[in-house]
Design a protein around this ligand. Structure first.
Ligand SMILES: CC(=O)SCCNC(=O)CCNC(=O)[C@H](O)C(C)(C)COP(=O)(O)OP(=O)(O)OC[C@H]1O[C@@H](n2cnc3c(N)ncnc32)[C@H](O)[C@@H]1OP(=O)(O)O
Length: 437
C-alpha cells in the first residue's frame, strides 16, 4: 500500500510533510522508516534477514508509521527526518481485566530538526487519533523521563535491574517444591512461552501484549542484535506433579569474556510459588555461572524472601517503566474491577483537552460508577499526568495522590480526599510491565 500524505500545519510551517501509513514489510517507506528509527537510537542499521524480521514483526504488531519528511522528498527514496509509531494493544488494569491501549514507540527526530515542535505535532496527532478511535489510554516507555509529562503521560509502573550473586552454594528458605525443572530448547517451546506470558500478563496490572519481535527473541530466532548466531539462549521449564508447565525462565549466557561469568534473564514467568522457587533454585545452581542479571526484576521482593542471604540480590538501577496517558476518564476509572469502596470527586486538567472535566468516582459493593460532576464539587484537582500515574495504584517514585499533595501539584480541596483516592485505587496484585515495546 503506498503511504498517504496527510497535512499538518505546524509541520508545513517547518517545510515538512507528514506521511501516515500502516507498516508493511514490503513497503520501501517502512524500510526507510525502520532504518531511521535504529539510527535515531544510535543502533547499527540492520540489514538482510535482521531487517526483514524487524519489518515483518512491525507489520504483525499492526504498527502505523507517522513520519515527517522534508517537503518534496519521496518517502520511498529518502530518509524521514522524524519517526513515530503507534498501534493498538491491550493493557491489564486489574487481574483478569484488560482495556484497549494505544502504544507509542520509535519516536526519533533528526538532530538537525530538534526542538522545533516536531514531536509535539506527531504526538498531538497520534493522541487525537487514539481518542477518536475510542482508546481509553495511551502507553509508552520513555528513553528520558523528562519528555512525556507535558503530553499528559505519568510513570505508572516501576522497573528495576538486579544482580543476583550465585557464587558458591545459594541456600533458599523453605522446602524444595513439588514438580521439577528441566532444560528445554527455546526453539521448540515458543508456543509454551507465549501461552504462559498471555496468562501472566492478563493477571498483571500494567502488562501489555508482547510485541512480535519479542516472540522471535524468545524462540531464539532473532537475527537482530544477535549476529545471526542464535546461540546462547537457554530455557528452563517448571512442570508441576501432573506434568503441567507452570513457569519458564529464558536466559542468555553473556560469553566467556564477561567477568564474572553471567547469565542475563530474557523472560521469567511463573504461575505458582512452586514454579517461582523451582526456577530460582535452577538459576542459582547453574555450574560455572557466578551472576544472574535480571532486567525488570519483580518489585514484590519474593526473590529476597526466598534467599537465605538476601544480600545476594542487589538492585543496580531502578526507575520509571510504563508511562500511561488517560484519554477517556470515565472509561479508564470505570474499568478496574478491584477498586476499594469509597467516593471522590476529581477535576482533571488536560492541556490537550482529552481528559478535561470533573467526575465523581463512586465504588459501592464492588461496582464502580463514574459520572460527570460540577467543578465546585471537586475534592481534588490534578493534572491528567498525575491521574494516569496513580490510576493502577502501582505509581512510580512520585508516589500516590497523597504524596503528590505534598508536592503542591495535586490540590486537595477537602482534607483526606487524596488518601480516599489512593484507598480506592489500591491494587490487588503487584503492578508491573513485563516487556518493552
Ligand atoms: C516512546 C519513545 O520512543 S521514547 C524515545 C524518544 N526518542 C529519543 O530519545 C531519541 C533521541 N531524541 C530525539 O529524537 C528528540 O530529541 C525527541 C524525540 C526526544 C524530541 O523531539 P523534538 O522534536 O525535539 O521535540 P519538540 O520540539 O516537539 O519538543 C516538545 C517539548 O518537549 C521538550 N523536550 C523535547 N525533548 C526533550 C528532552 N529530551 N528532555 C526534556 N524536554 C524535552 C521540548 O523542550 C519542548 O518543550 P516545550 O513544549 O515546553 O517548549
Amino acid at each position: 500500500m503506498p503511504p498517504h500524505h496527510a497535512h499538518d500545519d505546524s509541520l508545513a510551517a517547518h517545510g515538512l510533510q507528514l506521511v501516515v501509513a500502516p507498516g508493511r514489510a514490503g513497503d520501501p517507506a517502512f524500510e526507510r522508516h525502520t532504518l531511521a528509527v535504529e539510527r535515531g537510537f544510535y543502533e547499527e542499521p540492520p540489514a538482510g534477514e535482521a531487517l526483514a524480521q524487524l519489518l515483518e514483526a512491525g507489520e504483525a504488531d499492526g504498527r502505523r508509521m507517522v513520519d515527517a519528511y522534508a517537503a518534496g522528498d519521496d518517502p520511498a527514496a529518502s530518509r524521514p527526518v522524524a519517526t513515530f509509531e503507534d498501534f493498538p494493544s491491550e493493557l491489564t488494569v486489574s487481574p483478569g481485566v484488560t482495556v484497549p491501549a494505544w502504544l507509542i514507540s520509535a519516536v526519533t527526530v533528526d538532530p538537525g530538526f530538534r526542538r522545533r515542535g516536531i514531536l509535539r505535532a506527531l504526538m498531538g496527532r497520534s493522541l487525537a487519533d487514539a481518542a477518536a478511535a475510542g482508546m481509553p489510554v495511551a502507553a509508552l516507555t520513555a528513553s528520558e523521563a523528562a519528555i512525556y509529562g507535558r503530553f499528559g503521560f505519568g510513570a505508572a509502573t516501576r522497573w528495576r535491574r538486579t544482580h543476583l550473586d550465585v557464587r558458591g552454594e545459594v541456600r533458599l528458605r523453605g522446602d524444595a517444591p513439588a514438580g521439577r525443572v528441566t532444560r528445554e530448547e527455546p526453539r521448540e517451546i515458543g508456543p509454551l512461552a507465549d501461552e504462559l506470558y498471555q496468562r501472566v500478563r492478563r493477571a498483571t496490572p500494567g502488562a501489555t501484549q508482547r510485541p512480535a519481535m519479542t516472540a522471535i527473541r524468545w524462540e531464539d530466532r532473532s537475527r537482530f542484535k544477535n549476529d545471526g548466531k542464535g546461540s546462547g539462549l537457554y530455557a528452563a521449564v517448571h512442570r508441576d506433579e501432573a506434568g503441567r508447565a507452570q513457569g519458564i525462565a529464558l536466559y542468555r549466557f553473556k560469553g566467556w569474556d564477561v567477568e564474572p561469568p553471567t547469565v542475563t534473564m530474557e523472560l521469567f514467568i511463573a504461575l505458582t510459588p512452586e514454579a517461582r522457587r523451582g526456577l530460582l533454585a535452577h538459576l542459582t545452581s547453574l555450574d560455572l555461572v557466578e551472576r544472574v542479571e535480571w532486567e525488570r526484576a519483580p518489585e514484590a521482593g519474593w526473590v529476597e524472601a526466598l534467599l537465605e542471604d538476601e544480600r545476594r540480590m542487589r538492585t543496580q538501577r531502578d526507575g520509571d517503566d510504563l508511562y500511561l496517558r488517560i484519554l477517556d476518564v470515565p472509561a479508564a476509572l470505570g474499568a478496574r474491577d478491584d477498586l476499594g469502596e469509597g467516593e471522590v470527586v476529581l477535576t482533571v486538567a488536560d492541556p490537550l483537552g482529552h481528559a478535561d472535566g470533573t467526575w465523581r468516582l463512586a465504588v459501592q459493593e464492588g461496582a464502580a460508577s463514574v459520572a460527570a460532576a460540577e467543578p465546585a464539587e471537586a475534592d481534588l484537582v490534578l493534572d491528567v499526568a498525575d491521574l494516569s500515574a496513580v490510576w493502577l495504584g502501582g505509581h512510580g517514585a512520585a508516589g500516590g495522590a497523597a504524596a503528590r499533595v505534598a508536592s503542591g501539584l495535586v490540590e486537595e480541596r477537602v482534607p483526606g480526599a487524596a488518601d480516599r483516592l489512593d484507598a480506592i485505587l489500591r491494587p490487588t496484585a503487584p503492578v508491573r510491565s513485563l516487556v518493552g515495546f
